[in-house]
Structures are given as structure tokens and as C-alpha cells.
Design a protein around this ligand. Structure first.
Ligand code: CP
Ligand code: NVA
Length: 334
């Protein structure tokens, strides 16, 4: 029997380390089946709703491809074309979607929205990113770390940049749960919220995780297995914050010098999309305004052999498949 059946996946705080490991191992099993061409239509005939109030490439495609592989039919609701929030409350939307679908993915703003959806839907709800958390991303990141380093426990992950938002928060929780060494490296004002830090420190007492908050990049990365970064301005934030973020976070850009300080074994990770060159509208706009040709990571590091960002991106699909199968299938492959 599958222990996750009927459950939502809203944040890693809701799951034990053993459960997180099961989801990662199941994703690895799904990945192997996909590569071997073994059919795995474990959710045949089910329908799922994909609600996106923010844009997406990876998460949307991962849910759609994984749904098809599992034998399900996904329906995508884009940021503009549903009534949700504008003409219809979250509880009402949840109860309508819950009558038609077997599961609902939500990407949007406050974590309380996805929690409320789950409370009212009567079917499993999956968090495809909120301002506070991005839990399916962490499963993909951890599968990738396991593939490259064998284990999670004891590995050191340094998160460079704004650690108060979804990626910094979720990586801190994930590392605390899995007994890893998490370092947030940024100016103090970008460290995660104290209440969440305290919660993670309590978890760390049980798992042996080490959590550190360091302002000096060179000190932070010593002995790191992974240097991780994310965009300096997240979806939903006003464009006025760019100037301050560029001033504050430029010393925290991931450069070759920083990777060299960490050493040969260190790998570079990023949830993507990344600003590493001028081939994006935002990248060239920022170049015109501020004269910088990259932001959180240099093109040299992004394109280097130490960069495992596309393994991570692929693993979004395998891990999201495991999350959906966990909620909806009778058995999980392991
Ligand atoms: N990493 C991630 O969530 O990417 P998308 O915004 O493209 O879904
Ligand atoms: N912090 C980023 C993550 C994107 C996957 C954002 O919320 O825009």
C-alpha cells in the first residue's frame, strides 16, 4: 500500500526524512523506467488541473509530460483565463475543481492559498511554487545531488543570494530534514525568516544537519559540494527592487573564482531560469540600465563542466511524476 495516497504535497515541512527519501527513490525508479521504455501508466484515466497564476517552463512541462506518462489527462489554466481569485474565492474554486479533477497543481503567490485550496478541494493538491516554498524543485535538486554524490547526508550546500524567498527557504528546510550542511550566504537582511530558521534548527537537532548563515562568500563556500543560486528578483516582485538587489547581491554572484575556492568536487546548481548572459529580454534591459552582462552567475560557470543545471531541470519531471503517483496511484515503484 502506498502511504502517500490521497495526500497533498504542499511543503517539505509536512514530510519526514524517510518520506522525502521514498519520493526521491521513487523518482529515480520512474526515471529508469522512462529510460528503459517500460510503460508506467499507474494513474490511467485520471484528470488533473494545472493552475498557474505565475509563468513557468519547467514546472508546467514536467506536470504535463509526467501526467501523460502516467496515463492522465492534464488541463492547464493560465494566469488570465480562470475566475480564480478575481471573481471566485479560493474555497469555491477548490470545491469546483475537486468535483471534476483527481488532483490539482497550483503555482502562485502566498503559501496560504495553496494550503486553503488543499483544505477545500477534497483531492490532493501539489505546490508548483509559492512565494514561500518550491518543494517539487527541492526533490529534483536532491535527486540530482544523489546522482552526483551518492548520498545527501553530510553534503554541504551553499545558497548564494536572496535566501528569504521560496528557494532559500525550501533548500534550508530540505537540508535540515536530510541531515545536510546548509549555508545561506548573503548580506544579513537576506537571511531567511527567524521563525523558519528556528523551526529548521529544531529539525536539525534530530537529523544532525548543520545550518549556517555567513556574509563572507569566500568563507561560506569552503568545502562546499554544491553552490546554488537563484534569480535576484523573483516572480511577483516589483521591478523597482532591481537596483537595490544588484547593489547588495553583486558580491554574491557565483564566479569561477568562487567555484575554485570551493574546490574541484564542487558542482553548480540553479533552479532556472538563470540570468547568465544577454540572451533574454530582462538580461539585456538590465545591461542597458546597469551595465552588467550577467547577474547571479557568470556565463563561464553556467556553461562549465561543474554546472549540473540541466540534470536538475530534467529531474523536475521524474520527481513531479513521483509526487503525483504518490498521491494517486495504489503502489509506488522503488
Ligand atoms: N525552476 C522552475 O520552477 O522553473 P519554471 O519557472 O520554468 O517552472
Ligand atoms: N525565486 C524564483 C524561483 C523560480 C523557479 C521565483 O520565484 O521567481
Amino acid at each position: 500500500m502506498n502511504q502517500f495516497k490521497g495526500k497533498s504535497f504542499l511543503k517539505l515541512l509536512d514530510f519526514t526524512p524517510a518520506e522525502i527519501n521514498t519520493l526521491i527513490d521513487s523518482a529515480a525508479a520512474f526515471k529508469k523506467m522512462k529510460k528503459d521504455g517500460t510503460p508506467h501508466r499507474l494513474c490511467e484515466g485520471k484528470n488533473i488541473a494545472l493552475v498557474f497564476e505565475k509563468t513557468s517552463t519547467r514546472t508546467r512541462c514536467a506536470f504535463e509530460v509526467a501526467a501523460a506518462d502516467l496515463g492522465m489527462h492534464p488541463v492547464y489554466l493560465d494566469p488570465k483565463s480562470s475566475q480564480m481569485g478575481k471573481k471566485e474565492s479560493i474555497p469555491d474554486t477548490a470545491r469546483v475543481l475537486g468535483r471534476m479533477f483527481d488532483g490539482i497543481e497550483y503555482r502562485g503567490f502566498g503559501q496560504e492559498i495553496v494550503e486553503e485550496l488543499s483544505a477545500f478541494a477534497g483531492v490532493p493538491v501539489w505546490n508548483g511554487l509559492t512565494n514561500e516554498f518550491h518543494p517539487t524543485q527541492i526533490l529534483a535538486d536532491f535527486l540530482t545531488i544523489k546522482e552526483h554524490f551518492g548520498t545527501l547526508s553530510g553534503k554541504k550546500l551553499v545558497y548564494m543570494g536572496d535566501a528569504r524567498y521560496n528557494m532559500g527557504n525550501s533548500l534550508m528546510v530540505g537540508c535540515a530534514k536530510m541531515g545536510m550542511n546548509f549555508v545561506a550566504c548573503a548580506p544579513k537582511k537576506y537571511f531567511p525568516d527567524k521563525a523558519l530558521v528556528d523551526q529548521c534548527l529544531e529539525i536539525a537537532k534530530e537529523t544532525g544537519a548543520v545550518l549556517e548563515f555567513i556574509e563572507d562568500p569566500e568563507k561560506a563556500v569552503a568545502g562546499a559540494h554544491v553552490i546554488y543560486t537563484d534569480v535576484w528578483v523573483s516572480m511577483g516582485e516589483p521591478s523597482e527592487v532591481w537596483k537595490e538587489r544588484i547593489e547588495d547581491l553583486t558580491p554574491y554572484r557565483v564566479t569561477k573564482k568562487l567555484m575554485d575556492t570551493a574546490g574541484d568536487k564542487c558542482r553548480f546548481m540553479h533552479c532556472l531560469p538563470a540570468f547568465h548572459d544577454l540572451k533574454t529580454e530582462t538580461g539585456s534591459e538590465i545591461y542597458k540600465q546597469f551595465g552588467i552582462d550577467c547577474m547571479e552567475v557568470t556565463d563561464e560557470v553556467f556553461e562549465s563542466t561543474a554546472s549540473i543545471v540541466f540534470d536538475e531541470a530534467e529531474n523536475r519531471m521524474h520527481t513531479i511524476k513521483a509526487v503525483m503517483a504518490a498521491s494517486l496511484a495504489d503502489e509506488l515503484p522503488l
